[in-house]
Design a protein around this ligand. Structure first.
Ligand code: BES
Ligand code: MN
Ligand code: ZN
Length: 455
């Protein structure tokens, strides 16, 4: 699906965004008042021309004081009549780049199985905005959404690999994939163990872009479907588990943003995706099994549903061997993160205060919310009580997102700095610019923060 601005400025119709309570543009006359226009977020008021034609429109931004989502009111501009529109005079308090992004994000549709492609109005890029950068961000976001929204029957490890290959070709990146029993030869025993019961073979996808500059490695959880394994999930918990590759989808979307916007310039970027299906068969890994990880540490399996940290551990260990300056993991890792912060605010973990501050600021400016939680050292004891070095699912389940993060940190040792994001990857009910379904979380925050995190 295209994520682009219109380029025919000649006969574009004017669109005026207005905050609630602000004076209306003089040229709109008495009509908005007569029509009861209240500048509510996303509220549209069409302006009639002299001979009954359409002369332009107002779109409400809501209350100027209410920070946050209101900026995405502009995403509702996609409900305007078809044609090319030009946003006039951005009022103060509305960030031009955010406004531009909203106009594109509102155009997302998941059309693979039903419905038709977006067929609504097009927009010129607002003046003063770097159109190519905004288009790159939207393109990455749309890729992530498509990947997450595609059900596991059509987005298994093989199709996720195909999508990664397609992206790598598009952006001129190198890609290498280790599949099936080759994972054992290559010493990725936990990726193999988690994925071996599925019909599609488990694999590790390894993408590289750029050959000079500081190194950023991004690891994305690619569990294409999570049944829970032999510790099978109840139906209500399994229903959404096609999205358990949301970390991988977000990593690929972020890579597209970085490459297409030019922000990847001057970095060495590596994306690692362990792609598996956590499935059930006679050869499935079992509760009580002890796995030996790539790093050599042994892990007692107390719950086969805590599979994400296992596949990520081997990928993180590989990443850390190369000592990247910055290592980031993106994963739909725990239900506990949702219990703590809900679907919209993913927690992130980082021991380096400056990096954490930069990411929090990037999240705020990009309006891609993240909230820092602690790698709480004393809880290390919770992941150690088993007959092996580590326990993948501490009993009691207290601080579930933190103990999962601590588990991962053991394997990220060696990287300059490590950041872990425990994302949800899903919009539970439609909001402006965000239809119900898959959504990238953290990608825009990382994109915004990268120049500060890794100067
Ligand atoms: N993929 C799930 C986590 C998840 C569940 C993310 C729901 C988003 C929404 C993960 O593999 C999992 O099952 N985690 C368990 C871990 C537990 C068994 C220690 C969880 O969070 O319940
Ligand atoms: Mn699971
Ligand atoms: Zn999972």
């Amino acid at each position: 699906m295209p994520a682009t601005f219109a380029t025919t400025p000649n006969d574009a119709l004017p669109l005026w965004p207005v905050w609630k309570g602000d004076a209306l543009p003089a040229r709109s006359g008495d009509w908005p008042g007569s029509a009861g226009f209240g500048a509510k977020p996303g509220e549209i008021c069409l302006l009639p021309g002299a001979n009954g034609g359409l002369r332009g429109a107002l779109i409400g931004l809501g209350d100027r004081q209410a920070a946050g989502r209101e900026r995405f009111a502009l995403a509702r501009a996609t409900a305007l009549p078809k044609g090319v529109w030009q946003v006039m005079e951005l009022p103060d308090g509305l960030d031009p780049a955010e406004a531009a992004l909203a106009l594109l994000l509102g155009q997302y549709r998941f059309t693979r199985y039903k419905g038709s492609a977006y067929d609504g109005p097009q927009f010129l890029c607002p003046a003063g905005v770097d159109a190519a950068r905004i288009e790159a961000i939207a393109a990455g976001e749309f890729l992530t959404r498509d990947l997450i929204n595609t059900p596991a029957g059509d987005m298994g490890p093989a199709q996720l690999e195909a999508s990664a290959r397609e992206l790598a070709t598009d952006i001129g990146a190198a890609i290498q994939v280790t599949t099936g029993d080759a994972l054992l030869d290559g010493n990725f025993p936990m990726i193999h163990a988690v994925g071996r019961a599925a019909e599609q073979e488990p694999r590790l996808i390894d993408i590289r872009l750029g050959d000079n500059g500081p190194m950023l490695t991004i690891v994305g959880k690619g569990v294409c479907f999570d049944t829970g394994g032999l510790d099978i999930k109840p139906p209500s918990s399994m229903a959404l588990m096609k999205k358990d590759m949301g970390g991988a989808g977000t990593a690929l979307g972020l890579l597209k943003m970085l490459a297409q916007s030019g922000a990847a310039q001057g970095y060495r970027i590596r994306v690692l995706i362990p792609a598996v299906e956590n499935s059930i068969a006679g050869n499935a890994f079992r509760p009580g099994d002890v796995l030996t990880s790539r790093k050599g540490m042994t892990v007692e399996i107390n719950n086969t549903d805590a599979e994400g940290r296992l596949v990520l551990a081997d990928a993180l260990a590989l990443a850390a061997e190369e000592k990247p300056e910055l290592l980031i993991s993106l994963a739909t890792l725990t239900g506990a993160a949702r219990v703590a912060l809900g679907p919209d605010v993913p927690p992130f973990y980082c021991d380096d205060d400056e990096t954490a501050l930069a990411l929090a600021e990037g999240a705020a400016t990009a309006r891609d919310p993240l909230w820092r939680m602690p790698f709480w050292d004393p809880y290390e004891a919770m992941i150690e009580p088993s007959i092996a070095d580590l326990d993948n699912a501490p009993s009691g389940g207290m601080a579930g997102s933190i103990t999962a993060a601590l588990f991962l940190r053991r394997f990220a040792e060696g990287a300059g700095r490590y950041v872990h994001l425990d994302i949800y990857g899903w919009q539970p009910s439609a909001a402006p610019g965000r239809p119900k379904g898959g959504v990238a979380q953290g990608a825009r925050a990382i994109l915004a923060a990268l120049p500060v995190m890794l100067p």
